[in-house]
Design a protein around this ligand. Structure first.
Ligand code: NAP
Length: 327
């Protein structure tokens, strides 16, 4: 029996979540039973998709939904060894038992930090790769606009597009993130949507229009991008974070889809198992060659998990938002 903490929902948030919407409890985790493993969480992934789940799907008597990286500390399942590093969807808890279903043993590349398996080489990385190259059907040298370009998905999308020789414009909500995108990630233009007029700045930054708009925000971002789309342009719809807390701005320019013959298509990360091997090979090489750079915002301590989720909606993360639970 080992003590372990969990974050649970205390009440359904109204609008942007606040700390009182969550409660941290301590429970005793029994030893792993026959056929089970026990996982000690090392790093928690904090992701925008968690917010819409809080409105209905997230039960009150379970840890908050979420993925993470952990170490197997007990194994009574022959498929796993103690000491294995695993990726899992065990939620916001320090330590837990599992049958092993959905738990993936990693063979981390020693030349890369473990945390990259939670972003560039993990869920947000394959989302960027599959969403841009397959759903967005990106061609070399095209005109690309990426919203939330300073975040986990957006920063990888923008840099893959640069690798493919594209003209890349990004939007973000802070001057510091904008500077990183220009100076480190090598974007051609960056718009701070909080201090600049988005529609006017996007028009100025896209003199040749937009072939692919990688949609992460929705609302005013989508409205600004639609009139800039070139004929046969594509809008892979990855997310619409401006809508997740309710409200958000309406979209008025959807008619641009008609004469532009524009394809707008949603997708989810799990749509791309057929790309996984090529993705891992490409991304590992790009990370090692410095062609894909990344930022991480790591909050130290399990007790900061809810703070991390709230922080996503305040733009507190540069790159991927993570919680360090243990070493
Ligand atoms: P992220 O971009 O690393 O973090 C969220 C960022 O969103 C914040 O840092 C903030 O950056 C921006 N933001 C927050 N509220 C906003 C608002 N009202 N308007 C505009 N920007 C806002 O998160 P991520 O994990 O990479 O996710 C990015 C998008 O991809 C989200 O929409 C997410 O739902 C989606 N996604 C989809 C899939 C899929 O399978 N389809 C998988 C992963 C992620 P600023 O400082 O720039 O405002």
């Amino acid at each position: 029996m080992t003590a372990s903490r969990q974050f649970r929902l205390a009440r359904r948030p109204r609008g942007v979540p606040v700390p009182e919407d969550f409660v941290m409890i301590e429970i005793d985790t029994p030893d792993a039973g026959e056929g089970e493993i026990q996982i000690q969480n090392l790093i928690l992934s904090v992701d925008p998709y968690m917010r819409p789940r809080l409105d209905a799907d997230q039960p009150f008597d379970q840890p908050m939904i979420g993925g993470g990286l952990g170490r197997i500390v007990q194994s009574r399942n022959p498929k796993f060894r103690e000491g294995d590093i695993v990726r899992h969807g065990g939620g916001f808890q320090e330590r837990f038992n599992s049958s092993g279903a959905g738990v993936q043993v990693l063979t981390p590349d020693p030349a890369l930090p473990l945390s990259v398996y939670m972003h560039a080489l993990g869920g947000t990385g394959i989302t960027a790769y599959g969403g841009l190259l397959e759903t967005g059907a990106l061609k070399d040298g095209e005109q690309v606009f990426v919203s939330t370009a300073g975040g986990a998905v957006g920063s990888v999308v923008a840099q893959i597009a640069k690798i493919k020789g594209c003209h890349v414009v990004g939007s973000t909500g802070s001057d510091a993130k904008a500077a990183w995108l220009r100076d480190v990630a090598g974007l051609d233009a960056v718009i701070n949507y909080k201090t600049q007029n988005l529609a006017e700045s996007l028009k100025a930054a896209t003199p040749k229009g937009i072939d692919v708009y990688f949609e992460n925000v929705g609302g005013a971002h989508l409205d600004a991008a639609l009139p800039r789309m070139n004929v046969r342009g594509r809008i892979p719809v990855c997310g619409m974070i401006s809508m997740y807390n309710g409200g958000g701005e309406g979209v008025h320019n959807l008619f641009a889809l008609i004469y532009g013959r524009i394809r707008m298509e949603g997708f989810v990360a799990s749509d791309f198992p057929h790309l996984q091997a090529q993705f891992v090979s490409d991304m590992t090489g790009w990370l090692k060659d410095g062609k894909v750079r990344y930022e991480e915002t790591i909050l130290d301590g399990f007790e900061r998990a809810a703070e991390g989720l709230i922080g996503l909606f305040e733009g507190r993360n540069a790159g991927k938002m993570l919680i360090r639970v243990a070493d």
